[in-house]
Design a binder for this molecule. Structure first.
Ligand code: BG6
Length: 484
């Protein structure tokens, strides 16, 4: 089965911060890949805008180099690359002075979708929004795209929302959480709401608990300054893991439409109880054979920023009362592996006698790598000698099940950027969602600060601090393994 490509209408996309790392590593390669797939018409314009003193050809050279490094093999075709670069332009521009804005205005087409991608730090969101307005560049078909971090806490997120709201309607603001663009994350909704099988069991009567793990083997090299101010709680938990929790826990929306989905996610965040201090474990990686420890990496021997966090959350509503959600994420762990495990309860009674043991079903949704779904079921162990039970996986790797053409799932940014052009906000965070997520996160961080909390050390290449195991053990549970 090869995925269908639904063409989009012509558009102009301006990438502020076009020479930056995110633009070069993610946004432009995603656009190139969609171009290779034939999703855009001929007359699209992609305009890089940044302070760096390039001209158009200089910028095209930079983009060409990024494509060579970051675009997939099947796109590495000189003809396609040349055709793509024909559509790439550049304007040297300064957000804080008026420089370059008239030139940008001249290049933009009238009467078509116009997207401004703010691939810059949040302190530039306000000045950019002001300039767009002052130069009358915002039409009814204009959208702006903003990246995380969307604020540092509730107050700063509110201030950013207010700044953007001065010039744009909520329907024009696309706040990216790239986890929502991941193929398997969307599949979470397809599995839950496209099948009869799971939804009747999707509640505290049948689900013992849920585990969400986003483990990374990488460290924080190259982002030390940002990360030491953020830590795992702000960098990953407040956004990516929170979004996964929402998709797992939310009620079925009436429709797969932006506000219906986001209303349900918001209700989940608002139903979260405050997290008790003894339900959180923070960790910081130590040095090992694969590099220096956290403190040496950030050059701050006293840093108390966490590179790992595990916690137990509760969604206080009818569906989930009594079912804990255990979330964990960390850097420099044993493997890169993002998995959601829905741990069902034991069968209420064993007709085979207690000696064969109780077995519980586990639904594992693997987000990356090796995207797929496994359902652990109990069967009879083969052979004579009585009834013994054994757990086996009913395994579906998407790449295998869907066949050729699906070995290389699209990058999250491909989907998200095309959704901006289509005007579909379903996979973007609404302002109130972001604020609610900070409202839940802020007291946790404030508590650490008030108590002078110091994260527990953990070995690089491990599964995280031992206390995270204890968090589970105290509840008579254990984490599923972190397997690549
Ligand atoms: C980013 C975080 O949002 O997500 C990074 O800032 C993290 O610290 C990254 O490494 C993980 O994304 P992915 O797609 O590699 O799982």
């Amino acid at each position: 089965m090869v995925s269908r490509v639904i063409p989009v209408e012509p558009f102009d996309l301006v990438v502020f911060g076009g020479t930056g790392d995110l633009a070069q590593r993610k946004i432009l390669p995603a656009l190139f890949r969609r171009f290779c797939a034939g999703q855009w018409p001929d007359d699209v314009q992609i305009i890089g805008a940044a302070r760096a003193g390039f001209d158009r050809d200089g910028f095209r050279d930079v983009v060409a180099e990024s494509m060579r490094r970051h675009a997939p093999k099947h796109c590495q075709d000189a003809g396609k690359m040349a055709a793509f670069l024909q559509r790439v332009d550049y304007v040297p521009l300064d957000a804080s002075t008026g420089e370059g804005w008239d030139q940008l205005a001249e290049k933009l087409s009238v009467d078509r979708v116009r997207a401004f991608y703010f691939s810059v730090g949040p302190r530039l969101f306000g000045p950019l929004a002001d300039r767009i307005k002052a130069h009358a560049l915002a039409t009814a078909r204009t959208r702006i795209v903003v990246e995380k971090p969307f604020g540092h806490d509730l107050e700063s997120a509110r201030a950013l929302n207010a700044t953007l709201a001065e010039h744009f309607t909520e329907g024009q603001i696309y706040r990216i959480d790239h986890y929502l663009g991941k193929e398997t994350v969307q599949n979470l909704m397809a599995v839950r709401f496209g099948n009869m099988l799971f939804e009747p069991l999707w509640n505290s009567q049948y689900v013992d608990h849920i585990q969400i793990t986003v483990a990374e083997s990488v460290g924080i090299d190259g982002r030390e300054e940002y990360y030491d101010r953020a830590g795992a709680m702000r960098d990953m938990m407040q956004n990516h893991l929170m979004q996964l929790l929402c998709l797992i826990a939310m009620e079925p929306p009436a429709k797969f439409d932006p506000d219906a989905v986001r209303d349900e996610k918001l209700k989940v965040i608002r139903a979260l109880d405050p997290v008790k201090p003894h339900h959180i474990v923070r960790g910081q990686f130590e040095g090992g054979t694969n590099g220096p420890g956290y403190r040496a990496t950030v050059g701050n021997p006293r840093s108390t920023t966490e590179s790992y966090v595990a916690l137990r959350a509760h969604v206080s509503n009818w569906r989930w009362a009594g079912t804990p959600f255990y979330l964990r994420t960390g850097k420099r762990l044993v493997a890169r592996s993002s998995v959601i495990n829905v741990m069902f309860k034991d069968a209420p009674h064993s007709i085979f006698g207690e000696e064969v043991g109780r077995h519980a079903n586990v639904l594992s949704i693997r987000l990356q790598p090796n995207e797929g779904i496994t359902l652990k079921v109990t069967i009879k162990e083969p052979g004579p000698g009585g009834m013994r039970l054994v757990d086996v996986p009913l395994d579906m790797s998407f790449a295998e099940a869907l066949g050729p053409g699906n070995q290389d799932p699209p990058d999250a940014y491909e989907r998200l950027v095309m959704d901006v052009i289509r005007g579909n906000q379903t996979l973007f965070m609404r302002g109130d969602e972001v604020e609610a997520a900070w409202a839940w996160t802020d007291p946790i961080i404030a508590g650490w600060q008030a108590r002078g909390d110091v994260p527990k050390p953990y070995d690089s290449g491990s599964t995280g601090p031992g206390d995270a195991e204890l968090l589970m053990k105290r509840d008579g549970r254990h984490w599923q393994g972190i397997n690549p």
